[in-house]
Ligand binder design. Structure first.
Ligand code: MRU
Length: 378
């Protein structure tokens, strides 16, 4: 069975509640833009592309199930206001703002001719939102193919082992995944020896979600804590060598600086030290030429309790009791907490940015030129 985080049909949107994974697979009904906003804010759906698509489709479902004005301009104003609201759910991933900008353009264009109706604007919006779901899967398959080929080409022969961080798979996208798409593609072409996924503290997207996807797809994989990455990269035997670290992105600035899940930056530093390739896998919807460098990226800070508390089913040494989920504290009461959800990896530590149109490498001056990859992407 294919893992599906987002189930959409006109008038109906369901999201796999990622707070309950890996213990329970439960879908939540999303009926309005407000439902979408909360699902994103509460992390029931997460990952840069998935956030954008769920936001866009939550509004599509609201439009499809609400009696709206027959006036095109009024419908356009309604949609644009809701899009602006959806963008406030989480700040770092650019995909949501990018989707809102494109959808705003669509509705403005259709609302302009006086002869067009409110229904025409609604239809244009819903069609464009649904297309985003389709396009994202195709983009991820392209990323998977180009990334896998690049890694194999730059490896020392034989099957490759790679490290990944956070969750970038079917659960974080419309399907297949970005960095995890590269791993899927390596596996599908029989080029993967082993994938290592980090636990990804504090939210554990690696151990809860990526590990879940890897087990689901029968991909040879090993879980490590974030603090084990350097020790792993130090192993140099032919059977243990790591060929690349491949991660996703929440926003790639014009100079290649990349915001991604907290812990990515330290992985890039250790990759450089150990001579291991470090790759960012991201669709062009994640590249933001309007942001000059990483210094201009707003980093979301999340509640301290995401670090100090954990929630899970009770384990009696034999069985997990799924009905007995409980939250327990794993930190001393009263300690101050700093919980940035993302960090920025400087472009100088990145060997390549894998997109759906190919892998962008630095030029002779050590600079990423992302404008070419972004041509024909508006
Ligand atoms: O806080 P999250 O879980 O939304 O963070 C997700 C990540 O950082 C992913 O690596 C990124 O969004 C890329 S998902 C294809």
């Amino acid at each position: 069975m294919v893992l599906q985080a987002i189930r959409y049909a006109p008038g109906s949107l369901q999201i796999l509640n990622q707070l309950k994974l890996p213990h329970q697979e439960e879908y939540d009904e999303i009926k309005t833009a407000e439902d979408g906003w909360h699902a994103i804010k509460d992390m029931r759906t997460r990952g840069a592309p998935a956030i954008a698509i769920v936001a866009a489709l939550s509004l599509a479902v609201e439009i499809q199930t609400t009696a709206l004005s027959p006036n095109a301009e009024e419908v356009a104003a309604f949609i644009i206001e809701k899009l602006n609201y959806l963008v406030t759910s989480r700040p770092t991933a650019v995909n949501l703002a990018d989707a809102a900008r494109k959808l705003t353009k669509v509705v403005e264009l259709v609302a302009r001719p006086a002869s067009n109706s409110g229904a025409a604007v609604s239809k244009a919006y819903c069609d464009a939102a649904a297309q985003m779901l389709i396009d994202d899967v195709a983009d991820n398959q392209g990323i998977g193919k180009y990334g896998a080929e690049w890694i194999v080409k730059h490896s020392q022969g034989g099957k490759v082992s790679v490290v990944t961080h956070c969750n970038t798979g079917s659960l974080a996208t419309a399907g297949y995944g970005t960095a995890l798409g590269v791993i899927r593609s390596l596996h599908a072409t029989n080029a993967l020896k082993r994938a290592f996924c980090t636990e990804t503290r504090p939210y554990n997207q690696g151990s809860r979600l990526t590990a879940f996807e890897l087990v689901h797809d029968n991909i040879p994989a090993t879980l490590i804590t974030d603090s084990m990455a350097s020790a792993l990269l130090r192993l140099k035997g032919p059977s243990e060598r790591i060929s690349a670290i491949v991660v996703g992105a929440d926003r790639v600035a014009a100079n290649g600086d990349t915001a991604n899940k907290i812990g990515t930056y330290q992985l890039a530093i250790t990759a450089k030290y150990h001579g291991v390739k470090f790759l960012v896998a991201a669709p062009r919807t994640t590249i933001d030429l309007g942001t000059k460098s990483g210094a201009d990226i707003v980093i979301e800070e999340r509640p301290g309790k995401e670090m100090t508390m954990i929630k899970g089913p009770r384990f009696d040494g034999v069985d997990l009791d799924l009905s007995q989920a409980e939250t327990i504290s794993i930190a001393a009461q009263g300690i101050d907490v700093w919980n940035p959800a993302f960090d920025v990896t400087p472009a100088e530590l990145i060997d390549g940015i894998i997109t759906e149109v190919g892998v962008v490498e630095k030029d002779a001056n050590g600079v990423f030129d992302l404008t070419l990859a972004m041509e024909a992407h508006s």
